[in-house]
Design a protein around this ligand. Structure first.
Ligand code: NAD
Length: 368
């Protein structure tokens, strides 16, 4: 870890404010959710989930016993406003004084919407590697437009990571969800507000994913390797919650919101290209990623990894029309935001053309 710990004079000045989330981690920890609910002094929590996790949500409600105010299983990707309204109504009708979200980023996003609207404390039980549980960022989609914001009220008070809940992830979801996590780590490394703690977490997370993924692909039920991946996802989520994201997240947000693309596959296709674009202007991040991935060209290494895993590598395969690209490049380059390299319409369009066609990313060698 020589790079992120820096040499003499590195990290001479920074501000770091850890977010106050309690983390319970292990296998079989779902059984400890009632304990977390009691710790928060809650007596009637609404359990929210996606339709695919209604079985787990009902089991959890049973385990919660008298502390359960019912189950709402209507979570949808990107938290459509009518779904948020229905969940808030369910919480009101049940007299809920808290919320437990079990599932991927969609279920946790819905829990955050309820927390935002009613100020209810949230407990999150993530089942993917998306990382939303570690951030104070909420999102609600209305009339095809996703609004997002930061509000500490939506930050889960307690996160229960149960490795057992991740064993059911099929290989494709495992890989794309990990790319979503890797994107948080990678962009945190060149964020304007990166700190030594975040850089250490991000680099360790990338290395852990690279080490553990082959075992999980060989055996999706390998609890030890799944535990490594979930721990890495926690670190990636922490990095996301602690820093300002750049071009990659802006593009995924723009494409996801405008064209209703699947979240994790979009991250998977774009990450090698956004890194190839940015890393030459972010040498410290490039070195950290190169060291973690064991490659002089981290962008290419990630593109190769996606290929080896059979993950999507082209926007065309996700249903994007080539004629959409100029509009997307325009949208992603109009309002200014932090990025190591100046964001121009031409630069973004070139990157999107490569990603659309499924070409290897432009050379992203580590500078210097
Ligand atoms: P998701 O929650 O939509 O889940 C994708 C699919 O996988 C669903 O069908 C779900 O039922 C299924 N699934 C989830 N866990 C599973 C498991 N263990 N086994 C088998 N199937 C499982 O997808 P996601 O990628 O986790 O989350 C995407 C959403 O999260 C997006 O809306 C994104 O914007 C949001 N997000 C928000 C933040 C934030 O900080 N606010 C961070 C990351 C993602």
């Amino acid at each position: 870890m020589t790079v992120v710990t820096g040499g003499a004079g590195a990290w001479a000045s920074f501000t770091y404010e850890p977010l106050p989330t309690r983390v319970v981690f292990g296998a079989g920890t779902l059984a400890r959710v009632p304990e977390e609910v009691d710790r928060l002094g809650l007596g009637a929590v609404l359990v929210v989930s996606s339709p695919g996790h209604v079985g787990t949500a009902r089991d959890l409600a049973r385990t919660l016993g008298r502390r359960s105010a019912g189950v709402f299983d209507g979570a949808r990707v990107h938290v459509p406003a009518p779904v948020a309204d229905a969940a808030v109504q369910a919480a009101d009708a049940a007299g809920a004084d808290g919320c437990v979200a079990v599932g991927g980023g969609s279920a946790i996003g819905l829990g955050k919407a309820v927390a935002l609207r009613r100020g209810l404390p949230l407990v999150a039980v993530p089942t993917t590697y998306a990382g939303s549980e570690m951030t104070p960022v909420w999102g609600i989609t209305e009339d095809g437009l996703k609004r997002t914001g930061r509000d500490v009220r939506v930050l889960p008070r307690s996160v229960v990571y149960d490795v057992d809940l991740t064993l059911s992830m099929p290989a494709d979801l495992t890989v794309t969800s990990l790319f979503n996590a890797l994107a948080h780590a990678a962009e945190s490394l060149y964020a304007p507000d990166v700190t030594p703690v975040v850089a250490l977490l991000a680099q360790a997370a990338v290395r852990t994913v690279a080490d553990a993924l082959p075992s999980v692909l060989a055996d999706g039920g390998d609890v030890a390797a799944r535990g490594d991946l979930l721990r890495a996802a926690w670190w990636c989520g922490t990095a996301l919650g602690a820093t300002t994201m750049s071009l990659h997240h802006k593009l995924c947000h723009t494409l996801g919101g405008t064209l209703d693309l699947p979240h994790a596959p979009t991250h998977t296709v774009l990450l090698p290209h956004t890194l190839a674009h940015n890393l030459p202007a972010a040498p410290q991040a490039a070195h950290a990623l190169a060291e973690a991935l064991g490659s002089d060209d981290p962008a290419r290494a990630l593109w190769d990894l996606a290929g080896r895993c059979g993950a999507p590598r082209s926007l065309a395969d996700l249903g994007v029309a080539r004629s959409d690209l100029p509009r997307l490049a325009e949208l992603a380059s109009t309002s200014p935001y932090a990025n190591p390299r100046p964001v121009t319409r031409e630069g973004v369009l070139r990157l999107l053309e490569d990603a659309w066609a499924g070409r290897a990313p432009a050379a992203g060698e580590v500078a210097g």
